[in-house]
Design a protein around this ligand. Sequence first.
Ligand code: ADP
Length: 510
Amino acid sequence: MKTFFPFNQLKDISITKKLYFVIGTMAVLIVVELGTLWFSIHTLSAVRALVSAEGLWSKAQKDAAYQLQKYRYSHNAADYEAFQNFMSVPNGDHKTRVELLKPDFDIAIARQGFLEGRVDADDIDGMISMLRRFYRISYISKAIGIWTAGDSMITKLVIIGEILHNEISSGHPSEEILNKIASEIDPLNVQLTQLEDNFSLTLGEGSRWLEHIILKLLFVVALTVEISGLVMSITVSRGITKGLKEITRAANRIKKGDLTDRAAIFARDEIGKVALTMNQMTDQLVQSNKELGQFAYITSHDLQEPLRTITNYTDLFQEDYRGKLGDEGDKYLNSINKATVRMSNLIKDILEYSRIGKNKVFESVDCNKIVNDVLHDLETAIQESNAVINVGKLPVINGYSELRSLFQNLISNAIKYRKKDQQLVIDIGASKGEDEWNFWVKDNGIGIENIYFERIFTIFQKLHSQKEYPGTGIGLANCKKIVELHGGKIWVSSEPNIGSTFYFTIPQIT
Ligand code: ADP
């Protein structure tokens, strides 16, 4: 599968660093998410604060209008003072608005304006940043437009107040003039109420729009955090699992004796290093096996010579002195004879084992012919065991001459490991698979327990007593080597006291 890792080279860094990378990235994304949340909450609360500032603004404007109407009849300077006091709220907000729209805006003046407008000191900075940041957003710019219109009406109210105050302070106020001036207050008040309503509606819509946007934004950020965290974790853990699975796979193959297998290296992290070390170890093992094979070959080859001398002299000795040395002497001679036979079999088998694949010649092999030859060679043993041997139709295949030795080992084992009290039947056959030939050699002998099914193919493994079933423990290791030389597999299926079937496959090579 194609890696999801953001940068391909990151797959080569150590697992610890990969984990740090994932956790680090997650932490950064969570900080981004929290930042977005913080920003959203602040912006929304600034909008809410602006709405409540507008509430204060309109209440003060209404109270101011009321005080002005009261002053017109009471002519009491305290009422005019109260009017001016109430007017300080819209005037303060006006100061802030004008300052905010200046390119070289002074935050201190803007703050002071809102303070005069009785805005809570804690809300001021948030409101100022929100207005500066979003003044281009339609809802905010519309609200500022309404605010500006409201301010110009407030200016009118101030002027009306001044004219009224001048008329009353003149000492001889004209009722007619006072009535005329006061008649302008209510229409202005109505107009201002409309503007105030519009302002609230616009900000209400704006805050709903903003909430909507913020929710979407938070959803997208949260989704990004979750998905990227998930993708990174899956990618890192897949990388680890893939590497470990590959090492386990190769180790199992190597354990089963396939020394040609190597673990694929997917990354240069710790797992990659383990795979590399295991591959190097296997190379070393192959090399040692080779050297060991050579050593076995040379020593067994060199042992043949002195052994031949011992055998020859023992034969001579037996011919000349049998019966003359007494029972004890004959017993010793027999023992020497048996030991030399065993030793020469062992040397022969070791030599054969080390020779497999050495001078391999790929040729057309008629399996019928080689099985017949083997049966001919084993004629004495077959007669002694009174075996019934059924040979099916065997193919002519492309392979190495060692195939003969393979059949030889399997058939002679079937004869050797027979049950003494039962008619021995051996079936030899083959069937054609998709890309290979499947062969079997089946007997009804003493059988093998399933815990030994793999072990018997390892050199020098013997399950049965040496006295009853003499052997070297090399035959099946030979068979495995020969089958694997062809790229095939060999295995056994058996039940103690029922019999064994040895199967092997030989790929069809052209
Ligand atoms: P050996 O020289 O002892 O026959 P092999 O490598 O041919 O060595 O076989 C290994 C062991 O597998 C044998 O010692 C025997 O215990 C067991 N074995 C092999 N073939 C058979 C069989 N046909 N039936 C039962 N046991 C078998």
